[in-house]
Design a protein around this ligand. Sequence first.
Ligand code: FAD
Length: 471
Amino acid sequence: MKAIEADYLVVGAGAMGMAFTDTVISESEATVVIVDRACQPGGHWTTAYPFVRLHQPSAYYGVNSRALGNNTIDQVGWNQGLNELAPVGEVCAYFDAVMQQQFLPTGRVEYFPMSEYLGDGRFRTLAGTEYAVTVKRRVVDATYLRAIVPSMRPAPYSVAPGLDCIAPNELPKFPAQDRYVIIGAGKTGIDVCLWLLRHDVSPEKLTWIMPRDSWLIDRATLQPGPTFIDHFRASYGATIEAIDEATSPEDLFARLEAAGTLLRIDASVRPAMYRCATVSHPELAQLRRIDDIVRLGHVQSIEPTAIVLDGGSVPSSPSALYIDCTADGAPQRPAKPIFETDRITLQAVRGCQQVFSAAFIAHVEFAYDDDVVKNELCTPIPHPDADLDWLRLTQSDMSNFQRWLGDAELTDWLRSARLNLLADLLPPLSHKPRVRERVVSMFQKRLNTAIERLETLRSEHASAVPVGESL
Ligand SMILES: Cc1cc2nc3c(=O)[nH]c(=O)nc-3n(C[C@H](O)[C@H](O)[C@H](O)COP(=O)(O)OP(=O)(O)OC[C@H]3O[C@@H](n4cnc5c(N)ncnc54)[C@H](O)[C@@H]3O)c2cc1C
């Protein structure tokens, strides 16, 4: 057993562990040991399918101290006119560069890839050497979110022998097929449909198994920087207005759709899912070309001539290619306190903004002394799943944000953080303090009204509808 020591032992070199460590070494003199069972940093990105891209702009993904991408607007393709979206290769190369060019040269970070964390500060390397880390400050659990991509596990339903059921990773290796069956309607299912359509596969050849329809975010409303600030402010304002005026959750979704904030594939089907997936309008138009959408719940089994689902069977052909897109890329895990005596458990403190959240938590770790205060500032926001989670997530987002704006130093940090999508909503640091205080206070009041309205909408709905039921 080898003994080493560090201020922080970060378990997991995925996007969150990397974003946390970056802020630690930028804002303190602390030392860090990073352990990961994978051979390179980047977490689930290192095993994802080869055609996956970020679905939010590169401009606010990665670590705070280093830009990802070139801050360009796409000139071609279905993301035309919007900020670039890094492909998986770029995301992995980026995290590798952060590790090799930024972390390790400081001499304050030690990185152990191919190493299994065993608990109690101990880990084992590929060569079998066991290390015991004396952790002077805290162990940081950067594995809590448990992102799963289809290539990490077998399909969760039975597939008759002789049929081809693959993870999206294998799709580019397959020759042309007469029929493609895409199982799952989350971000991965959307990516697979778009990939096939982009390669001129006729939509008539696609069957899309959609257990639940989803509310989708219009990616145009999530664009950062000066080019998009007017549109961004208008969308944010329209969302707050919709909340203020809504008379029920159903009415709220209608207003958000009318305002263009939320989109859906089929206007005649009420979505029961919301998982923060984004699409552009051209992508939505492509997805709407697929007519054969099966809405009979989850797949139970795939037989040679039929797909058996919760709500019935549909005929299929033995020569169809089944693409399993059912893994839960962002499971809804129970919230737990982020700061405990000798531990930090990284979780989202802004809905679906994991890397921003990890960097924010690291900043809070150094900016405040008291764990009670730290936990008040860092209320975890579990990933959304059902439609109504939009209300819960937005209310929690706004409550956290409003609390942060109560502290001038934290507001300054938020204004300058690259990973903060909402940075441009805050007054520039060059403005006079009195002017900035006034703007921030007005903003807090607007947030407060929306938070109260969301609380009312949620509690009225909860008392009117049996627990667990969707809209
Ligand atoms: C296809 C896909 C696309 C996405 N696109 C976006 C996007 O555009 N924008 C966005 O904000 N989010 C996106 N997400 C969400 C994404 O999950 C987060 O952005 C982020 O990558 C999650 O990182 P993580 O560090 O929490 O988890 P992970 O990437 O899962 O990293 C955890 C790490 O911990 C390691 N580990 C676990 N247990 C142990 C152990 N016992 N010992 C050693 N090591 C261990 C694993 O090897 C892994 O490297 C996407 C997710 C998916 C699946």
